[in-house]
Design a protein around this ligand. Structure first.
Ligand code: XMP
Length: 516
């Protein structure tokens, strides 16, 4: 295991992912974790992350100096390296010239940390401060045009520092460097594999749950589906999957999901059709936040009623992932100021959340995993690509893609347009290149058209195609004109009530991905 001590870098999670890609487990912990606490994890190595501060600033976050005496190899990255230098008696100051972006690395010592990293390798830099004087026992491993100490080492104590960010994709040779640290310097074994995770989780689930019953709210997304597979493996029929259809799913999806689970996966699902309740509730509702809130509250009500009917249950399974754990726990809160120190801000969009006064104990077997790791677990457990690679779909579903009032007729119109869009995107082979592809129905707007010899006066639909890494930022996707043309043509011809198709070419920011 490698412990990553976080000083508020936007890249700490990325470092953890890079380590795990080498099949070694890693966890992020806040900078104020004591050396004693860190040692309890029995890490083979410690990485000190970057961070937005200067090490000499008055309130700069420092680590427990006790970590220097743990006898564990340490790699400092950017701020982490500067902190190492400062705490061990060297000098860090504002550089004459900071370095931002790509820089070419000249290697002075190609041994251990830099084995298999090419001389001249391009590394990603982002720093305004520099190491002016190294602590005793350190030597320079590499430099760049503007940074004399770009990589340093004290091999005797197994302390290493790099001014660049080996974790970002633009750093060529970054992966080799990380492997050198993990395997050669820390002597880790590649034990973090999907298979070992599954085995261990099954053991843990069995020991946590015993003979009791577990309830799982299935949504059809990759997280809840993977969770269902894992739990079913562990406890079989003591798992009850409940799928609540709020009536705003895409055409054919509820039926498809239930059929897949029942007939192909042999995992029973309680299908709750609550669409009438939700549709009635939406009568006259226009304001987006009100829509979302009402749907959220109703979902909880249905969930509670149905769990009482099907229960009693002792446990509730939740698809909490590692980024949720890092972001929502107190791990990134500065105890001195009470402020979060991570720069990244992520909003959570849960399906209105589940009741705070849960009568259940939570089972959260995915809480150690990143999303890409969940996909791997799902795949190994036998989930088909149509679920593992499914594009994200918001909890309130099509309700937030119908701008203005939701009526059964408008819902049907959007469903039909959306189905055509999906069929054509699938046919084109572009589905997996896009983060999301969907249609949005506009309110009241109508425009004049002509079909056959008749004048039409009907509604427009908006096509939205976006690419994104994580949904936090997004770009509108440059989908081929021919494909847009085919979709538009089919929608206008096949969906009564729609006579015009337009396209949303807004990125996020300033737009959001969804319209509501
Ligand atoms: P926005 O519209 O905020 O969306 O740019 C970012 C990503 O989150 C999805 N999204 C949701 N997912 N429940 C969800 O589970 C929600 O209420 C929700 N709202 C938005 C959206 O589809 C996009 O991928």
């Amino acid at each position: 295991m490698i412990a990553i001590v976080d000083f508020g870098s936007q890249y700490s999670e990325l470092i953890a992912r890079r380590i795990r890609e080498t099949q070694v487990y890693s966890e992020v912990m806040p900078y104020y974790t004591s050396a004693e606490e860190i040692a309890k994890f029995r890490p083979r190595g410690i990485i000190l992350s970057g961070g937005p501060n200067s090490v000499y600033a008055p309130n700069a976050p420092h680590c427990d100096p006790g970590i220097w005496d743990l006898g564990i190899p340490i790699l400092g990255v950017c701020y982490g390296m500067q902190l190492m230098v400062q705490q061990l008696g060297g000098r860090v100051e504002q550089a004459d010239r900071g370095e931002y972006g790509k820089a070419s690395l000249t290697i002075d010592d190609p041994t251990d940390l830099l084995t298999n990293v090419d001389d001249g390798a391009v590394m990603w830099m982002s720093h305004g401060d520099s190491v002016l004087e190294m602590p005793a026992g350190f030597t320079v491993l590499a430099h760049t045009a503007n940074t004399p100490c770009a990589a340093i080492a004290n091999p005797e104590r197994n302390f290493y520092g790099v001014q660049f960010h080996p974790e970002v994709v633009h750093s060529i040779g970054g992966k080799a460097l990380i492997r050198n640290f993990v395997y050669h310097i820390c002597e880790c074994e590649p034990t973090w594999t999907t298979e070992s995770f599954i085995e261990e989780s099954i053991r843990e689930i069995r020991s946590q749950v015993g003979e009791k019953r577990v309830l799982l709210a299935l949504s059809g997304g990759v997280d809840s589906s993977t969770l269902a597979f894992l739990l079913h493996r562990a406890i079989g029929d003591r798992l009850t999957c409940m799928f609540i259809d709020q009536g705003f799913m895409r055409k054919g999806e509820p039926e498809r999901l239930v059929k897949l689970f029942k007939e192909q996966f042999h995992i029973p699902v309680e299908y709750i059709n609550a669409s009438d309740r939700f549709l009635n509730l939406m009568e006259g509702i226009i304001e987006p936040e009100r829509k979302r809130k009402l749907i959220g509250y109703e979902f909880i009500k249905v969930f509670e009623e149905e769990s009482r009917r099907l229960g009693p249950f002792d446990y509730l399974a939740q698809g909490t992932l590692y980024p949720d754990v890092i972001e929502s726990a107190d791990t990134n809160i500065d105890p001195a100021t009470g402020k979060r120190i991570a720069v990244k801000i992520k909003s959570h969009h849960n399906v209105g959340g589940l009741p705070p006064d849960l009568r259940f104990v939570l089972v959260e077997p995915l809480r150690k995993l990143f999303k890409d790791e969940v996909r791997k677990v799902g795949t190994v457990l036998g989930l088909p690509a149509e679920i593992v690679k499914r594009q994200p779909f918001p909890g309130p579903g099509l309700a937030i893609r119908i701008i203005g009032e939701i009526t059964p007729e408008r819902l049907e119109m959007l469903r039909d347009a959306d189905l055509i869009l999906r069929q054509e995107i699938n046919r084109s082979g572009m589905y997996n290149e896009l983060w999301q592809a969907f249609a949005v129905l506009l309110p009241t707007v109508r425009s004049v058209g002509v079909m056959g010899d008749a004048r039409t006066y009907a509604h427009p639909v908006v096509l939205r195609f976006v690419t994104s890494e994580d949904g936090m930022t997004a770009d509108w996707a440059k989908v081929p004109y021919e494909l847009i043309g085919t979709i538009a043509n089919r929608i206008v011809n096949e969906v009564p009530g729609i006579n015009r198709v337009v396209m949303d070419v807004t990125s996020k920011p300033p737009g959001t991905i969804e319209w509501e």
